[in-house]
Design a protein around this ligand. Structure first.
Ligand SMILES: Cc1ncc(C[n+]2csc(CCOP(=O)(O)OP(=O)(O)O)c2C)c(N)n1
Length: 361
């Protein structure tokens, strides 16, 4: 049960501190195996490299607007690791590490950020994961729908969905949580509270001090964890998932984190936040503390970490080149992928455009 984790402000669960050491809380919570820790490190590292490469390619004019994950990787990673592979994941748009761990090729994610709709066109039933969702909070309703269906079909699957702090001001979020609470769906809502919604700080977004307390209005449990702590995110999600699976109980987890980069490559954060506010968060980087833990516990040597980084850098660049070489989207795609079965009106419009010149399709 999540009740072990206090929701009160100032009671943020932390298991791995900034020095890469386990806190006194560790013994009370589920912990990842060493294999899971190394797997997480690999995908978090891959996400970081992919992120930095995407930003650099944007500067070279080869990548359009891109939303970085830098500093937030532990949120998707820890929570994905706490699930079964057949549990549903319904992401927002900063969950790269987890999405890669699910097996989605990086080239597919790059294709999405290249603005090619085919980036969202993959077998969702294979990955048990919906594509990236940018319309803020709409995805939370989809997750509740999936959970409701699973409960109806009496499977023991759970759904995990992500949302940003700013998006928790959207009506969809409250409706989704309310439905989940009222119908007892096995849904886990995960807020990545990176403290900024583009240039709007959380303090201007809501009067609530702890976003996890928004769960109270839906009659469900809410907890806040250190979102830069892979182990705390894992532990809270594991407890939430076990409870959802056994008892059809929804819950809300808030990962308190920080967006180290810009909102997107189209944004300049120096215009609305000061470097002195960012610096302490660089020291709290989830990857730095995980690397310290790995070294302290002799799970890898520095040389092995360095070779892993080199190997990942090569595969990241190859993934981008593959996405860049993909066929450009066509106008026909807009018609083909909107509905499962194309309505008559749309068919007529498509034919009309076809008559005006096939090359345009
Ligand atoms: C319904 C809707 N309104 C506005 C936007 C434009 N928009 C994109 S991201 C964003 C800020 C989101 O902030 P937050 O939810 O905190 O997530 P973050 O980007 O910080 O991860 C806005 C306003 C949108 N995508 N969808």
């Amino acid at each position: 049960m999540l009740t072990k984790v206090k929701t009160k402000a100032g009671h943020r669960l932390q298991i791995l501190n900034e020095e890469g050491e386990l806190t006194a809380e560790a013994k009370n919570y589920p912990m990842m195996s060493n294999d899971q820790i190394l797997e997480s490190f690999k995908y978090m590292q891959m996400s970081r490299i992919a992120d930095e490469w995407a930003v650099s390619l944007n500067r070279q004019g080869r990548m359009p607007t891109y939303a970085p994950n830098k500093g937030q990787e532990a949120n998707s990673m820890g929570s994905f690791m706490a699930l079964r592979k057949d549990d549903w994941v319904v992401p927002a748009f900063r969950e790269m590490a987890g999405m890669l761990q699910r097996g989605l090729p990086l080239s597919q994610l790059y294709l999405y950020w290249l603005g090619n709709e085919m980036g969202s066109c993959y077998d969702v039933e294979k990955f048990h994961m919906l594509p990236i969702a940018v319309p803020l909070s709409s995805q939370t309703l989809h997750a509740v729908g999936l959970s409701f269906a699973d409960k109806y079909k009496k499977t023991d699957r759970v759904s995990l969905t992500f949302i940003g702090d700013g998006a928790t001001s959207e009506g969809d979020f409250y409706e989704a949580m309310n439905f989940a609470g009222a119908w007892k769906t096995p849904t886990i809502f995960f807020i990545q509270n990176n403290q900024w919604a583009i240039s709007t700080p959380t303090s201007q977004q809501t009067a609530v001090k702890v976003l996890a307390d928004k769960a109270v209005a839906a009659g469900i449990e809410g907890v806040q964890v250190d979102g830069n702590d892979l182990f705390a995110v894992y532990a809270a999600t594991k407890l939430a998932a076990d409870n959802a699976r056994k008892n059809n109980v929804p819950s809300l987890i808030e990962g308190f984190t920080y967006r180290l980069g810009a909102h997107t490559t189209a944004d300049d954060p120096t215009r609305y936040r000061e470097e002195k506010d960012v610096l302490p968060w660089i020291a709290k980087d989830p990857l730095i503390r995980l690397e310290k833990y790995i070294l302290n516990n002799h799970l890898m040597t520095s040389d092995e970490i360095e070779s892993l980084r080199l190997e990942l850098t090569k595969s990241v660049k190859a993934a981008f080149n593959k996405a860049e070489a993909h066929d450009a989207p066509t106008l026909l795609d807009t018609f083909q992928y909107t509905y499962k079965e194309m309505p008559e009106l749309l068919k007529e419009q498509m034919e009309l455009i076809g008559q005006n010149g096939k090359e345009e399709l």
